[in-house]
Write a new protein. Structure first.
Length: 98
């Protein structure tokens, strides 16, 4: 069993740390404050590459196996923004911005 940190607000109120392992994101519904730039840190713990994508946030990034990527997003208004792994459509989540 692999134990992972799933702290949603790792580096501050507008930084999300998402871990991708076993075909799933954790946490899969983090919450951040609205009207401020957002940093998303994606840690891919799987043995295959994955593509973090959010059409609603207009971002995408391929993350190699066993590595991490940082995505910076413009100031985000309140809402619920979906994200997924473009290589595994079943792996989905939402960022709640309040």
């Amino acid at each position: 069993m692999l134990l992972l940190s799933t702290e949603a607000q790792a580096g501050g109120p507008n930084e999300i740390c998402l871990t991708y392992a076993n075909g799933q994101f954790e946490p899969n519904e983090p919450t951040v404050p609205a009207d401020a730039p957002l940093t998303i840190r994606v840690k891919n713990m799987d043995a295959k590459a994955m593509e973090f994508e959010s059409e609603t946030l207009k971002i995408e990034k391929v993350v190699a196996a066993n590595s991490e990527a940082v995505l910076n997003v413009r100031a985000v208004k309140s809402g619920r923004y979906e994200f997924h792994n473009d290589f595994n459509e079943k792996a989905r989540g939402f960022i709640n911005v309040q």
